[in-house]
Design a protein around this ligand. Structure first.
Ligand code: PEP
Length: 249
């Protein structure tokens, strides 16, 4: 099945108003490469200014609360993100699973809230290095997929991002064969869990995607895009990744 590739940037806790100047080059690259979808997920405070500066670019958030409103100091709801102009939200990033002790059940509740507010949920999964060394990577990741995705999600509402924890921010990546094996296992799990919607859900690869490895990774079967951290912070690094995705689309 043909799926449009999505190249999404996760700025994490980086960036400021001045950094939004980087978006112009990204918007220009998105316009020049219409075969791929492009999104940037800046910190919460930059969502509305980013949307105002670049209305044509899909802007997302990096987390949302699972509840619609209430006494949850410091949190933000999916509807608030939507009102700020966000179109998508990352949930279950491994940094939040580790730092904020987020479980699969919580990530699933956040994805349900995101979809309920009209956002696309990018649900992240990925094994640690110890789990891979123990030969458990596929079992761990497919278990996370089962536990973290809403069972009735459609392909328009849900994206899955496979991000091996040990590849994030390290400059290390799995082999092309390991990526192919994992994405095939995730695809089989999506088909099993979501039925007819499974084949159309996009599965992104994330973890040290850079201009020099993007094209090879994006050409792998069932790799439907990339979730990019460090290399999404500048147009100089992110644009070649967009172009790599278009070249193999
Ligand atoms: C990420 O955190 O989603 C990520 C993939 O980071 P990096 O590209 O910097 O490894």
């Amino acid at each position: 099945m043909a799926r449009r590739k999505l190249i999404a940037g996760n700025w994490k806790m980086n960036g400021n108003l001045a950094a939004l100047a980087e978006l112009q080059g990204i918007v220009d690259a998105a316009a020049a490469n219409p075969k791929v979808d492009v999104a940037i997920c800046p910190p919460f405070t930059l969502i509305a200014p980013a949307v105002a500066a670049q209305p044509a670019l899909a802007i997302g958030a990096q987390d949302c609360h699972e509840k619609a409103s209430g006494a949850h100091t410091g949190n933000i709801s999916a509807a608030m993100l939507s009102e700020a102009g966000a179109k998508l939200v990352i949930v279950g990033h491994s940094e939040r699973r580790a730092d904020q002790f987020e479980s699969d059940a919580l990530v699933q509740a956040k994805a349900v809230a995101a979809i309920g507010a009209g956002l696309i949920a990018i649900v992240c999964v990925g094994e640690t290095e110890a789990q891979r060394d123990a030969g458990e990577a596929i079992a761990i990741v497919t278990g996370q997929v089962r536990g973290s995705i809403p069972a009735d999600a459609t392909a328009e509402q849900l994206v899955v991002a496979y991000e091996p924890v040990w590849a994030i921010g390290t400059g290390r990546t799995p082999t092309v064969q390991d990526v192919a094996d994992m994405h095939a296992a995730i695809r089989a799990t999506l088909n099993e869990t979501l039925g007819a919607a499974g084949p159309a859900v996009r599965i992104l690869y994330g973890g040290s995607v850079k201009p020099d490895n993007a094209r090879e990774l994006l050409a792998v079967n069932d790799v439907d895009g990339a979730l990019v951290g460090g290399a999404s912070l500048t147009a100089a690094q992110f644009v070649p990744i967009i172009e790599g995705g278009a070249a193999v689309s």
